[in-house]
Write a protein that binds this ligand. Sequence first.
Ligand code: PLP
Length: 954
Amino acid sequence: MKTHSFAFRHIGPRDHEAEEMLKTIGVDSLDELIAQTVPDNIRMKEPLNLAPALTEQEFLVHIQEQARKNQVFRTYIGLGYHNTILPGVIQRNILENPGWYTAYTPYQAEIAQGRLEALLNYQTMVSELTGMELANASLLDEATAAAEAMSMMFAARSREKVKANANKFFVSKDCLPQNIDLLKTRCEPMGIELVIGTHREFSFSEEFFGALLQYPDVVGTIHDYRAFVQRAHEAGALVAVAADIMSLVMLTPPGEWGADVVVGTTQRFGIPLGYGGPHAAFFATRDEYKRLIPGRIIGQTIDRDGNPALRMALQTREQHIKRDRATSNICTAQVLLAVMAGMYAVYHGPDGLKRIATTIHRSAVTLNDGLTKLGYEQLNETFFDTLEVELGDVDQINLQKIAEEHKINFRYMYSTRIGISLNEHTSVEHVNDILTVLAMAKEMEAPVYDDFIQADQLPADFVRTSSFLEHDVFNTYHSETEMMRYLKKLERKDLSLNHSMIPLGSCTMKLNAATEMLPLSWPSFGNIHPFVPVKQAEGYQYILNELERDLAEITGFDATSLQPNSGAQGEYAGLMVIRAYHQSRGEGHRDVAIIPSSAHGTNPASAVMAGMKVVVVKCDERGNIDVEDLKAKADKHADNLACLMITYPSTHGVFEASVTEVTGIIHERGGQVYMDGANMNAQVGLTSPGLIGADVCHLNLHKTFAIPHGGGGPGMGPICVRKHLAPFLPGNELVRTGGSQGISSISAAPWGSSLVLLISYAYIKMLGSKGLTNSTKYAILNANYIKHRLEGHYAVLYTGETGRCAHEMILDCRPFKREAGVEVVDIAKRLMDYGYHAPTVSFPVAGTLMVEPTESEGKVELDRFCDALISIRKEVDEIVSEQVDPENNVLKNAPHTLQMTVGDEWTLPYSRQKASFPLDYIMENKFWPSVRRVDDAYGDRNLMCTCAPVEEYA
Ligand SMILES: Cc1ncc(COP(=O)(O)O)c(C=O)c1O
């Protein structure tokens, strides 16, 4: 390898290390190992047909060329997306900081208190601005959040409503078009009937269980919905409101006029447009629905010493993944973006937010004044930031031409109307420029303003009177120095990839290279609205087309949809495509999804959401699908078989040689094969979903293709399909995309979170065919090396026929419970004292750890991690041999904090060194968990999900 090749930087083991590792494992070459691991019948015969790898420098030149092809106009399209100002301190210290963006979902609370606090800030901000009791953190986009609201309300129906089969959901026609479109996708498979209409005239019958409104509405009008809400409640229906969070700074929040759920996006709080995302959506509701809320909720609790601590609340209810009883499949969400939006509120505080919102409103007031002077009719009697302009005699096509010459985008509605949504960026000069364009279209002189008109024009009844964000955290960090230090303080509490490897099985925590991330900060990618004319996004379009092609090549398929914003959304999209395919052949009755017992919980959850019935197939003692059981079930359901969902290699970390037999069984009975691509890191360049006989798969770009996990998102879950499924790929209500008979949308934006697609694009272009294939090979080498080193200390649960694992392995910790009373969580927490994040705990087998090193870790780090696990194994033995107290030992007391280790009082029956510095390497790079073991049950009994003074709950 050459030092200037990106593969040399991305792949961890140096050549001499790889040699040693291969020798340790007992093979002569990497290829011999791969031959022993990946069944021959599914091996690729030819290398991937991809462009030659670019060096990092070459890639930066190339991506700059694409960036230059994007035209950044001043865009006033609105529709839930607005230009923003991302404070530099947040950009540099969060978005561009691996300490924040390489973290994982905060399942291990003791080493995640920083982002947990950041998310609690976010929840507090959302719940106070919406006027609701509780908010989650967070969802994928506003449209999916609206769909989640519909599903939650459906699940929350009263007994009478269920009896009366109340399955109708009213949607105001004044909701955003992408919200309505996504509800269309979601409602039908769930047996919900959408009724789209005018809220003023609507009267509820008992068949209705809920409704969705938009506040302000699609054209910017602020409606008084109070009478509507009253009518809904009288009829026993709940009301969800999709609200613009910036407007809620000035307007009476929906929680104060009776809404039951409030959803929306926090994109306006400093997050770049990114040609559609990523942005965090919010979901706020009443306390009584806390057990039904989709997604994650952060709550306060205490640690073992009674000190305040945070953690993800209500985990036991598994609210987001309830397998075949699920109402939602949300897993990866948009944590990094929620952190950023919450920090925007922290940095600006309530006064700053009022200033920003007021300035936006006054820019609209000023524009409204100018429009009147020009003789335009402005149709919104009430507005916050959006005006609807009747063009009269003015020719819309001519106006658009003039506007585009001035690099301005309006929203073009019917042929005689435009919409103009103003934003945080809008200055008085910008308003003058808009007026100039509108004046030119009338061949008039434009009025010129020196400043915004200093008056508000909000409806008196709807001016916000309640205070918000009074907590200290929103009123302290307003200088950049203070803010920078607050962010650093939180970052220091969290273990990320910039400290040590994060060996989470099924999560593929690989390098997120700096060069892959750099373009995300460029305005020519960040400041593009998702609904601009496609010709303005030529650079993006080039990249998206290339990425679609490359992913299809890698998966052995024919077409790609980049729309789904997470793996679980990809599953849902793929299943909906399968459904549409069956329907198109007059086989719409096919509704059975066969799913192995080892599947991730999102698989059955997605199947249920797609209107399918889940049939579980067993796994044998080697972790493989039980082919006999599969055959029996496939036969039993042959007439109604829709699909099989499999993960490959399996979630047990094994390449099942029988996979082609399995896919054959399904095809012979008229079913389709869906492959969950979470483990694609073991396939790229060696085999493919196409070769194993699948018809559709999703790819977790935040695993295999280097998008950072961001503490629980962003992520992307594009789907790739065979030719026969391509016509059904999802479309978008406002931009042409998808197949010729495409299903309605899966995400709000046509290409999902386009901005982070740049990362996967960079990854593929810089590795090329050889680098990608080598990455897979090294991922398998690293896993087998760990397996070899740990054998004799831990039993590895499943392996292939030759005794090899794929890219991950399951360590069986169940015997330790029997022998020493040691639970798998004790080991997970003890690893923190050794400076490591735990592997995946109890998935897919309870009482086990699933380890996945990825190709990015070198031998030194792999050895350190193995040393830590071996040392922990010895600590277990000390209990087994009764050398130490079974209840009072380093494992049961883990993790050990700095405070307890240096405290004057030390009463534990082992040394401080053994507690906190059990191996030498820790001396020079210690990571201190910031709290002792958190008490989950206490937090769930005393649910507290906003920033109230901590003393009250300790
Ligand atoms: C096997 C498997 N399938 C699906 C998913 C869901 O993906 P996402 O979290 O992107 O929704 C995961 C997530 O970890 C997974 O491990």
